[in-house]
Design a protein. Structure first.
Length: 118
């Protein structure tokens, strides 16, 4: 039934079995007998923790955040941190963020990081 109707999910197959054949099963039971798809991947050979551990020297984390000053002004901050060393690579602050400011922050940050790492 699954091969003839590839767009049906487990719930639809369970409903069809109940409606047409009078066989009442849960979608979870149908899933237990669900055939493996030819394009589906098996268990991953590398988990997320091992991926991060293997690539910490080349991973960067970035964040945009809002800081409220003592005078109740809002400042917008862009921070880029190197995961392996936990070192802040680039930081940029503005009171009026624009798309050009964000783009230039990314460009400056990545130019600074690639110049030192290669």
């Amino acid at each position: 039934m699954v091969e003839e109707n590839p767009t049906w999910g487990q719930g639809r197959v369970a409903d069809e079995l109940a409606l047409k054949l009078g066989i009442r099963v849960s979608p979870r039971t149908v899933g237990a007998y669900w055939p493996n798809q030819p394009g589906s991947r098996g268990p991953s050979s590398q988990r997320w923790n091992s991926f991060v551990r293997n690539h910490t020297r080349s991973l960067l984390a970035c964040d945009f955040l809002v800081v409220v000053t003592a005078g109740f002004r809002q400042l917008y901050v862009f921070v880029l941190m190197e995961i392996g060393t936990r070192r802040i690579v680039h930081c940029n602050v503005t009171a009026h963020p624009t798309a050009a400011w964000r783009c230039s922050s990314f460009v400056k940050a990545f130019l600074a990081t690639t110049a030192t790492s290669f």
